[in-house]
Design a binder for this molecule. Structure first.
Ligand SMILES: [Zn+2]
Length: 387
């Protein structure tokens, strides 16, 4: 009897050890904050729960950075980490927050739109928990998240997600996907409260332009593009033609399908006066037939399997030994977003949105992403937001 109790105790201790060994890194990742420096243009920082009160105290609540210009004008919203496993959007948003100065108009930036997903991971796919970006002052560490919010924050999932208000039947997992829960409800599932908060921001502030920044697989047809509904397509086309002619990279226009509900590029336009745009830069890391999902691969986008598939013409983007590095993806997002704002300003002279200090494609490709990330140790007191 004594021997049996001892065996049970040893087994229980071993089990507890395994739980701690597996769980502690996930716990640390979930509570790891990124220091965001309020750059020269940031005039206020507030939480999305100010617009969607039932987000208060939840992991769905996230920071909004406002950059109000010296002169009035139009208004724009930039969002990163709608899908937190597509970090080029979040990094583009951080570069804007830490560097931009707005001359005319107002800019709102939400770098971790799905905050819960940015603290989630996908262990079955061997996702890394973090990645480091080299800067002039050392490496800056970021959380690498998942496409969907954590079940710790929103659970249980339904058998089928019934989209609100269209009642279209979507996959159960999409109830935790902030690019399916637009336009959202104030008291819906947590991710609907997130998208509802952003809708309220756009409606109350009368935001003119919203840019939702993503990354997409090289084997997925909707990649390397600007997705735009009818009301945004003219500006998207002008932006695509201009970056191709003046900066030499491709980002074609894809129409937003009217029958596919819940997506930002569809619902924002249908439920507010705002013109939405969704940017997709190719991210080879998200493709399925690749080697191990290492942080090196996440950053440089180089993979031998994709290279051989490219030679068989199976990819939707040009792909060679140079891969598709992070600086190309972030640079592309920044140039396209800046070009959308410039084309909007040209078209709406009474509502200009003019900013400076944000690098474009060639700058980021030449200098790297880290050149534009500020050192929190050198930031003035009160300028760092732990995000
Ligand atoms: Zn995405």
């Amino acid at each position: 009897m004594k021997r049996e109790a001892l065996v049970k105790m040893v087994l229980a201790a071993a089990f507890l050890g395994l739980v701690l060994w597996g769980g502690l890194p996930l716990f640390r990742h979930r509570h790891f904050d990124v220091p965001v420096i309020k750059g020269p243009g940031v005039t206020s920082v507030f939480r999305l729960s100010e617009l969607s009160p039932r987000l208060k105290g939840t992991a769905g609540d996230t920071y909004v950075y406002a950059l109000q210009g010296k002169e009035p004008g139009g208004k724009a919203l930039l969002m990163g980490d709608t899908h937190a496993n597509e970090p080029e959007g979040m990094l583009s948003a951080l570069i804007v927050i830490e560097n931009a100065v707005v001359e005319k108009g107002t800019l709102f930036v939400i770098p971790f739109f799905n905050n819960s997903a940015s603290r989630n991971t996908r262990p079955g796919d061997g996702y890394p928990l973090y990645f480091d970006v080299a800067t002039d002052w050392g490496a800056e560490r970021f959380r690498f998240g998942n496409r969907d919010a954590s079940p710790l924050d929103q659970w249980p999932d339904p058998d089928v997600y019934i989209h609100y208000p269209d009642r279209q039947l979507l996959s159960f997992i999409d109830v935790r996907n902030t690019n399916r829960t637009w336009p959202g409800r104030p008291a819906g599932p947590l991710m609907e409260r997130v998208t509802f908060g952003a809708m309220e921001l756009m409606r109350r502030e009368k935001i003119d332009v919203a840019v939702d920044i993503h990354g997409a697989e090289t084997m997925f047809p909707v990649t390397n593009c600007i997705v735009a509904p009818e009301k945004s397509v003219k500006i998207a086309t002008l932006a695509a033609l201009t970056v191709k002619a003046t900066e030499g990279f491709e980002s074609h226009v894809e129409p937003s399908p009217a029958g596919f509900r819940g997506l930002s590029h569809r619902e924002i336009g249908d439920y507010s006066e705002t013109m939405p745009f969704l940017l997709e830069a190719p991210i080879p890391f998200l493709d399925q037939p690749t080697g191990p999902k290492t942080t090196k691969f996440l950053l440089d986008g180089k993979d031998p399997f994709l290279l051989s598939l490219s030679k068989k013409k199976k990819l939707f983007v040009p792909y060679d030994e140079t891969g598709w590095p992070l600086e190309k993806r972030v640079g592309q997002n920044l140039s396209v977003a800046l070009e959308i704002l410039r084309q909007f300003t040209k078209k709406s002279a009474a509502k200009p949105i003019i900013l400076r200090g944000v690098p474009r494609y060639a700058d980021v490709v030449k200098n790297g992403v880290g050149r534009y990330l500020m050192n929190p140790a050198k930031a003035p007191a009160g300028a760092v937001v732990m995000n």
